[in-house]
Design a protein around this ligand. Structure first.
Ligand code: PKZ
Length: 181
């Protein structure tokens, strides 16, 4: 177990990038996949900065795209480590876009990436214990814990659900689905 400790706020990082026509999709808006790749990059940078280790993405929480991003807008991603396990870190990411001419800012999306630190042999490795210095950091830490617990419960629910049971098949009609087995 790594007994070092580190202030969680040392993980704070932000990147800005101007959105070019090459980043757009068929409708002329910025491609969501491009934003996701920027989010993965900043999550990697944030977790590696905190842990001093090479990190891999273990999981990505839901990403809801709240408003489209236009070509020519300046996209800024802000990230910080919210929660630290033994080898895993939950990185909170907020993405905003700004129209450079008008200055108008839109919240594009937010998400949580779970990153895991690895050593040079590719084994998971303990990361420093987090030092929290503000109540916002305490809130984010507990919010992460709640999401981890909810995900675990959801997995247990999914694993114990029998989709072939009479009850499950009957219930399909509640959702307007027609069964023709
Ligand atoms: C410094 C060098 C510079 C190099 C300069 C390169 C520059 C380059 C630019 C890079 C730009 C972007 C880079 C992005 C990084 C990729 O894109 S990485 C590619 C995509 N990700 C992967 O390939 C990961 C594949 N999966 C794995 O390796 C393993 O399954 C994992 C995730 C490490 C877990 O391994 P495991 O054997 O199950 O280990 P286990 O001990 O059970 O779990 C370890 C921890 O992971 C957690 N965990 C495992 N699975 C999950 C899950 N699904 N959800 C949440 N937590 C999980 C566990 O709870 C545990 O947490 P702790 O209790 O330790 O805190």
């Amino acid at each position: 177990m790594n007994t070092d400790s580190k202030k969680i706020n040392t993980s704070r990082i932000s990147i800005s990038e101007l959105m070019l026509p090459s980043h757009s999709n068929f409708s002329g808006k910025i491609h969501g996949g491009y934003i996701l790749s920027l989010m993965d990059k900043i999550a990697f940078a944030c977790a590696s900065k905190y842990s001093g280790r090479y990190c891999v993405t273990a999981s990505v929480d839901t990403v809801d795209f709240l408003s489209p991003i236009e070509v020519g807008e300046l996209v800024t991603l802000k990230a910080c480590v919210n929660y630290v396990g033994r080898s895993s870190m939950v990185v909170g990411i907020r993405v905003i876009s700004q129209n450079i001419q008008t200055g108008k800012i839109k919240h594009s999306n937010s998400s949580y990436f779970t990153m895991v630190a690895k050593d040079d042999d590719g084994n998971t490795v303990a990361v420093p214990r987090p030092i929290l210095t503000t109540l916002d950091e305490v809130r984010r830490f507990y919010d992460s814990l709640r999401r981890i617990k909810a995900k675990k419960e959801h997995m247990e629910d999914t694993n114990s659900f029998d989709h072939t049971s009479r009850e499950a098949l009957d219930r399909l009609s509640d959702y307007g689905a027609i069964l023709t087995l």
